[in-house]
Design a protein around this ligand. Structure first.
Ligand SMILES: Nc1nc2c(ncn2[C@@H]2O[C@H](COP(=O)(O)OP(=O)(O)O)[C@@H](O)[C@H]2O)c(=O)[nH]1
Ligand SMILES: [Mg+2]
Length: 365
């Protein structure tokens, strides 16, 4: 596993989201540096802290620095050359996560397109730096080379876009192949750091057992778990991100496409969020799911992190989300396994319902 020093803000939400992103991208965090501002002109962070980072790097030997904010090419270049280490900014980290999660050809192309947009948005400044001789690589770049550079990115974008238009069919095939495996499937959705991975691990058991041949074709984020006597496949999806730039939304959605053909979707809600944030996140989450075409009947609402809350607090959060009389809502703790029996019962019921609906619609009853 690669290791990183994480540079982020002071507030707890930023820290926990940034940690969640590092975790999703499989970086082990060896040190966290918190700053009030990450928008200083030269390095992104204040120059005064550079020496301290060098010292920490000596001790911890990270593979990369992860910078929880957008960096201009010049800032990235300054920081990377000063510290002599690769620097990943927030958006390139998110792109890395999407890239590792994209399963279908269509989803991979959506991510490719977002990567090209990222590159394009930085191309102008890169060229300017190169002209001034401030960024080695292509010094004394002429008008001709600049055009070539832009046009190359543009051409690749067009190419991906046209391939995307033809990809609809493959998406269908992909869905069918997953269905054909013949297992009931459950997917875990929700915001980054709501506790999806913790729940996934608690339900399936931490140990990655040597799986039967059948399962080796699945990704590391899908495992089987036993529901009474039946094996069910459960997968941990990429998390919602609170400050997601518009150009990344399509790529994000495409990595969630499995939610449309899974039998049950667990929407994990961080019950410790204050009511304002709770509502905003929940509504964003639901809007996206609906846009993806996820049927509401397939959703189980899972209020997580409730082990330290009393009944009154839990119920008031549930009421805020208008889920009080909803029998698809359950308050759990992914850490203490609180109410796992209820959760499993609801998953089982939901699978049963979904099966009935499918067979009805296909006239097989
Ligand atoms: N108190 C409490 N913390 C939890 C619970 N579930 C997860 N967490 C913590 O929340 C943080 C994010 O969890 P994680 O599973 O990585 O979230 P993910 O980004 O949704 O996969 C971690 O620090 C977990 O230890 C829970 O039930 N109770
Ligand atoms: Mg996770």
């Amino acid at each position: 596993m690669n290791s990183c020093i994480l540079i982020t803000y002071f507030d707890l939400d930023s820290i926990s989201e940034a940690k969640g992103l590092c975790d999703s991208a499989q970086y082990e965090i060896v040190h966290v540096i918190k700053q009030n501002s990450l928008q200083h002109r030269k390095f992104g962070l204040s120059e005064g802290i550079i020496d301290e980072i060098k010292e920490i790097m000596q001790k911890k030997q990270p593979s990369v620095i992860i910078f929880d904010e957008i960096l201009k090419p010049s800032q990235n270049y300054n920081l990377a050359s000063e510290l002599k280490i690769e620097v990943l900014d927030r958006e390139s980290l998110i792109l890395e996560i999407f890239e590792s999660r994209a399963q279908s050809t269509e989803s991979q192309m959506q991510v490719k397109l977002a990567q090209l947009r990222y590159e394009m948005s930085r191309a102008k400044e890169k060229v300017r730096l190169a002209r001034m001789g401030e960024q080695p690589g292509f010094m004394g770049i002429g008008k001709f080379e600049v055009d070539v550079y832009y046009n190359d990115i543009k051409y690749r974008m067009m190419n991906v876009k046209s391939k995307l238009q033809k990809a609809g069919k493959q998406r269908e095939l992909h869905r069918q192949s997953r269905k054909r495996i013949g297992f009931n499937t459950v997917s875990i959705a929700g915001y980054t750091s709501a506790g999806k991975t913790t729940l996934f691990n608690s339900l399936t058991g931490e140990k990655k057992e040597k799986s039967a041949k059948l399962f080796t074709t699945l990704t590391t984020t899908t495992r089987k778990f036993k529901l009474d006597r039946e094996w069910v496949l459960i997968s941990d999806t990429v998390g919602f991100i609170s400050k997601l730039p518009a150009y990344l939304i399509e790529a994000f959605r495409s990595t969630l496409e499995e939610l449309t053909f899974t039998d049950v979707v667990l929407v994990i809600i961080d019950s410790t969020d204050n009511s304002n944030k709770l509502k905003i996140k929940f509504s964003n989450c639901m809007k996206t799911l609906i846009k993806l075409g996820v049927e509401r009947d397939k959703i189980i609402f899972v209020m997580n992190k409730t082990e330290k809350m009393n009944e009154y607090e839990i119920n008031s959060k549930i009421k805020e989300l208008d889920l009080y009389n909803n029998n698809k809502c359950v308050a759990i703790s992914a850490i203490t396994n609180k109410n796992f029996d209820i959760l499993k019962k609801k998953i089982k019921e939901s699978i049963g319902e979904h099966k009935r609906i499918i067979s009805k619609n296909s006239g097989m009853e």
